[in-house]
Each structure stands twice: as C-alpha cells, then as structure tokens.
Ligand binder design. Sequence first.
Ligand SMILES: *Cc1c(COP(=O)(O)O)cnc(C)c1O
Length: 354
Amino acid sequence: MINVTKTFLPPQAEYNAILKKAWDAGWITNRGALVEELEARLKEYLNVPNILATTNGTLPLQIAIKALGLTGEIITTPFSYVATTSSIVWECCTPVFVDIHPEYLTIDETKIEAAITPRTSAILATHVFGNPCAVEEIETIAKKHNLKVIYDAAHCFGVTYKGKSIFEYGDVSTCSFHATKVFHTGEGGALFTNNTALFDKLFYHHNFGHKGALEFYGLGINAKISELQAAMGLAVFPYIDAILKDRKRIVELYAKELNEFQQLKLREETQWNYAYFPILFDSEEQLLKVSSSLNEKEIFPRRYFYPSLDKLPYVNGTTSPISQRISKRIMCLPLFYKLDVNIQSSIIHIIKGS
Ligand SMILES: *Cc1c(COP(=O)(O)O)cnc(C)c1O
C-alpha cells in the first residue's frame, strides 16, 4: 500500500543510542539535554535567532494568539489544515476568511484590507505546502492597520524566502514536526519569533506560566516537548539533507511528467522544501475518477485541503468561492523519501490514463 506520505524512520539503533542518554540521565521530560540539543541543532540549521520546540504544531498557534493578546476578529485563510481555524475559535476569536490566490494558493493579500473592521486584531495565514504568503505586502497592511501577523508555517521546515528563513517573517511563526511532515519528532512542533521579549512570553505560556518553581508570570498551558520526542528529532536530523534531496528528485519527475495539469505556483525567490506535490484537476469528477483508479492499485493520495475551511460546521460568515473551487479539485500525490521510481512511474501512468 502506498500512501500520500510515509514517515521517515531513522535506523532504530541510532534512535536507541540517543534514547540511552535520557535513560542514563533518568530524565524524560521538562526540557532535558535532548530538547536543548535539538533546539540548538535546528536553530543553526534553520539559521533563526530563536526557536522553542513544542509537543505539536497546533498548540503553538493557540499560544501565539494568547501571547499576542488577540481578541475579536482574526483574518485567516480558508485553504489550510483545520488546525489553523480551530486554533482561532479555540482562543475565542472569530475567524474571518479572505479568499486565496488561485495559483499560489495562499491568502490573497489584495483582498485583506476589505475584510478589516474595527474588531480585527490580526492576520493568521498559512504558507500552504511550504509556499510563502506575500509576506512583504502583508507586513505593510499589518503595519498600516496596527495588526499582528502569525504564520502557520507547519509545512515550511527548511524553506527560505529572499535568502532568509520563512520562520523569520511575521510576529510569530509556527511549525509542525508531526510524523507526516518533512522533518519530524513523531508528534512535535515549534514556535519562532525574532522578538526576544515575545519569545520569553511564548516560553512561559508553553510551561504553565511558571516563573521558577514557586511563582507564575501569568496564564499558561502545557506544550512541552519530551526527551523521547526530541530523541526522534535528533535521530532524523542527520538525514534531513538526504530527505530533501530525494523529495526534490520525486517532485521534479512529477512536475515534468504531469505538466498538462495545473501545479503549485511557487512564489518567486523561494527556496522550497518539496513538502507536497498537489495537482489540480479540471473537475471534482475527474479527481474522483483518478483517485479511484489509484485506489484500485492500493495507492492512496490525499485530498489536501478539503473541505475549504469556510465550510466548517462551527464557523459562519463569508464564503470563499476560489478556495471552495480549488479544494474540490486538488489532490496531493504520494511523496516521501525513497519513493520507488517504478511505483512513481505507475502513479503517473494511471493519472495520465484515467
Ligand atoms: C500539520 C498541520 C498543523 C498541525 O500540526 P500538528 O503538529 O499535527 O499539531 C497545523 N497547520 C497545518 C497547515 C498543518 O498542515
């Protein structure tokens, strides 16, 4: 069976050797040596000034909303994973959807200003499939209207835009280290900000609000990553360049062979991470036909992202016709380290023949 992704598992002996350090120290959570080592490695690799590793990629979104003190309406994208919207609702704010660009698939920055009201406090947008939003235009709009900017950069491990880590854009960026993502710790994620005072605040929010053992800075939650998760990250880390290189090979073959289909348009000056390979069909009917032909051969692509988030049962307000139209017609093809070239050729063959 071939799924849209296959988790990269490092050699078990290498994972065990790292885990042994936790055993020897008798310390498996509360920011032990392995978490610190993972953060140090990632900070250097990603070339960012601050990183806080967390237990998943969703709590960072909620913590960012909390730490920035956001209230009222948050302008967001309807084309993302559900966590982007649910985090807004969970933090008692109202998501206001602004439709997406039909080719970049990120929030359409030219439509943001029309959605701003006196209740708007922030913009929370997703760099979809690792493709950056129009970060400069969004920054200009945010400054003009005194709004905060959070980027759901769950897909963006290793992505740079104009030579700088994509995690450096916005007031806060988040990443996911879920097992399905390019770099993973099983479950995991991270928070990024260039603002040191804000970083301190994010840090205490992620650890119950603690100020030492006996005092509290304020409200907090538990988003700590464990030593066991960090050990997985440290075991995967040495392979990251090989993983990215192999993904590039697979993406380039899909891109060449499936050029009669609409593919993701990358924003100029992006160094991408080959996180996903979506193709757009002419109709949902065609998508379903191709999908069932693939399923017959035990190949399971995924409909990322479906449904458009403005259709969620717990949101109301404006609808996003472009996002709805695209989410019905888009499918992500199998893409993972060491995807066999013969299997990939048969996937391409089935798609072209359906
Ligand atoms: C995966 C993902 C998340 C959530 O990350 P978890 O680590 O699974 O909590 C959030 N946003 C987007 C866009 C994602 O793809």
